[in-house]
Design a protein around this ligand. Structure first.
Ligand code: CP3
Length: 347
């Protein structure tokens, strides 16, 4: 199926586009009443994630309602630890919770490499249905968590401000840490390849907890494994989003990926200089800008677009959209990107 709107894919590859493509991290769910209606008819988040027809429905909602240039498959990064043997729950208003965690070799030895077809078939099915229903309107983004971020949840069992338990293992049991990170990496490579085979047009790796590591640990315990993933995926463009890893931007230049995501703390020009001309940059409007007035959003969005310039940029926020954001304000952001960048590209 040929894509009618392939702006995102062309921008990722560094090809010329008529305007800058735009989508939002965490656009599926959370902000849309249409999402909450589907979600509230079910027992919870996990039922939605594991019901392919409904996952496909909420994946497409932001394409229809907001007018974004890409869909991102509705799932979660935590399906990988589950497939490896650690079940998770999603506690209302609190977030993920793992009844069992990895504390040492006894726990590690019970884990397995994810068997993607049997453990994660529901995600692949959701991708196939979504592709069919999108009918080529926009590309579909597949995704996974970066091994370090997944490791954080598998050790800690829940969100944390410091993830000091996970970080402690890097000091106390570095060999076990490496073995677990490798098992997550191997599972993730299989998983992303299966998403691509099912129809994902581009994949993104989310390293949400990159910013808590010191630079040497980041190289050793995160970037090393992300590099393996980038090297393994040759079929479609890869985006690496490492939140808070401003100190690693220079090294990102050497990753075998097409796109690097920037968070809102990262200076655009400095990032371009450090990451180089051969990557597309994605981001990076402060998500809180969308709490501002229409005029404020328009001004900030134009300034961001001017900062990146007309080529090798995919417009996005600097992190996921916050749940209490007004969808109308999201539309202001999207429409400003579409209108202003079309003018930028034509001059
Ligand atoms: O981008 C999208 O819209 C696609 C779906 C998606 C979800 N999670 C659905 C979700 C994606 C890409 C994710 C990624 C994810 N999940 C990350 C990395 C991105 C980031 O924001 O840093 C992380 C760290 C998680 C783990 C996770 N899942 C947490 C911490 C939480 C609770 C807090 C929160 O963000 O809402 C979730 C739950 C979750 N994942 C929800 C959704 C729509 C909300 C649950 C609900 O509907 O009740």
């Amino acid at each position: 199926m040929e894509l009618q709107n392939d702006l995102l894919i062309r921008a990722a590859k560094g090809e010329k586009t008529e305007r800058t493509p735009v989508w939002l991290m965490r656009q599926a769910g959370r902000i849309l009443p249409e999402y909450r209606a589907v979600r509230n008819s079910l027992s919870g988040f996990i039922e939605l994630v594991t019901t392919p027809e409904l996952a496909a429905e909420v994946t497409i909602q932001p394409v229809d309602i907001l007018g974004v240039d890409a869909a991102i498959i509705f799932s979660d990064i935590l399906v990988i630890p589950e497939a490896m043997g650690l079940k998770y729950e999603m506690v209302e208003k609190k977030g993920p919770w793992f009844p069992e965690t990895v504390n040492g070799y006894d726990d590690f030895n019970k884990l397995r490499k994810a068997d993607v077809e049997s453990d994660l078939g529901y995600v692949l099915e959701a991708i196939k249905i979504t592709k069919k229903e999108l009918n080529g309107r926009v590309p579909l983004i597949g995704f996974a968590g970066a091994p370090w971020t997944i490791f954080c949840y598998m050790i800690e069992g829940q969100g944390s401000k410091t993830f000091s338990k996970a970080r402690r293992m890097l000091y106390n049991e570095p060999l076990l840490a490496d073995q677990l990170l490798q098992l997550i990496t191997d599972s993730t490579i299989d998983y992303l390849k299966a998403q691509i085979a099912a129809g994902a047009d581009i994949v993104q790796v989310f390293d949400s907890w990159a910013g808590i590591l010191p630079p040497d640990h980041y190289q050793k315990y995160s970037m090393k494994y992300i590099a393996q993933i980038c090297d393994a995926i040759e079929e479609v463009p890869v985006t690496v989003f490492a939140k808070g890893a401003y100190f690693a931007r220079q090294e990102m230049r050497h990753l075998n990926c097409q796109t690097v995501g920037l968070d809102w703390n990262m200076d655009i020009q400095e990032s371009r200089r450090l990451i180089g001309e051969n990557k597309t940059l994605q981001g990076n409007l402060d998500p809180c800008t969308l709490y501002g007035s229409t005029t404020e959003i328009e001004t900030a969005t134009r300034k961001m677009l001017d900062g990146f310039g007309p080529s090798r940029h995919i417009a996005n926020l600097g992190h996921g959209v916050y749940p209490d954001t007004d969808p109308e304000k999201v539309k202001v952001f999207i429409n400003t990107v579409k209108e202003y960048s079309a003018v930028m590209h034509s001059t």
